[in-house]
Write a protein that binds this ligand. Sequence first.
Ligand SMILES: NC(=O)c1ccc[n+]([C@@H]2O[C@H](COP(=O)([O-])OP(=O)(O)OC[C@H]3O[C@@H](n4cnc5c(N)ncnc54)[C@H](O)[C@@H]3O)[C@@H](O)[C@H]2O)c1
Length: 271
Amino acid sequence: MSSSPQIDLTGRRALVSGGASGIGEETANLLNDLGASVVLADMNADALPAAAKRTGALGTVDGDVASSAAVDRMVADAAAILGGIDLLFNSAGIGDDLVPVHEQSPERWLRVVDVNLKGTYLMCRAAGKLMVEAKRGAIVNVSSIVGLDAFPGRSAYGVAKAGVGHLTKTLACEWGNMGIRVNAIAPAYTRTPMVQSLLDRKIFDPTLIENRTPLARFALTEEMAKAACFLLSDWASYITGVVLPVDGGWSAYGAAGDVVKIRTGEGTSAN
Ligand SMILES: NC(=O)c1ccc[n+]([C@@H]2O[C@H](COP(=O)([O-])OP(=O)(O)OC[C@H]3O[C@@H](n4cnc5c(N)ncnc54)[C@H](O)[C@@H]3O)[C@@H](O)[C@H]2O)c1
């Protein structure tokens, strides 16, 4: 039980997938600030050296999380650099093509599920083996608000992120008595390169999103990193199997129309 008045990850060894960008990079940065030793894993080998410099990471490993062989190699190499793995943050992910099922390419659908769901499974499996041996560890996976409710045009991503939530709960139940906690965050819209490219291509309308969000803005990557580091730390020592919405109230809101209209008296929450 931690008696520290602040989150302290001194001596913890952390592996962060998707660590070369966005939420993964920001979380790696905060893990490092809180005292952990960090290795970044990412498919974008070119981006890794600069991300390691920005985050203070001890090392990097590159490969595709959807490949079992690559994951086994990345986890073994990261464990060799760090001397073991206590913490795992699974942020590697890709978006989908935002078209209804009858217009989707099955190949693209499967790739989105492979990276987001199979990739999370393989990383948990490989790092989890080391944690089971050590009888301690904490994992945080990344689901999404799209994994909590249905978003038309996003069946691959939604299915994958719902699967990440279910996998998280299953692993928490399998590994709880071995000293390993497994949780997930479910972010809403966060301004990262992934979301910025959708905004730039006018696939997302920022005003629609802000008007539907009780906190009336996009999330900051730091806000995801803080939630992830809390769940990875001893401050969350009795929390496992949770899929925590970090969503500005998005998943709490259920009325018709925009929340902004209700706030200004133009709408009604009665229906
Ligand atoms: N940004 C958001 O609004 C938002 C909302 C909900 C959930 N998420 C989830 O958060 C996570 C991080 O997203 P982000 O917005 O920071 O995206 P990002 O694109 O900025 O970062 C994702 C990183 O994952 C890496 N990656 C992608 N495919 C990979 C693969 N097959 N193997 C290894 N690495 C791979 C990319 O190279 C990149 O560095 C993703 O799982 C995403 O689905 C993001």
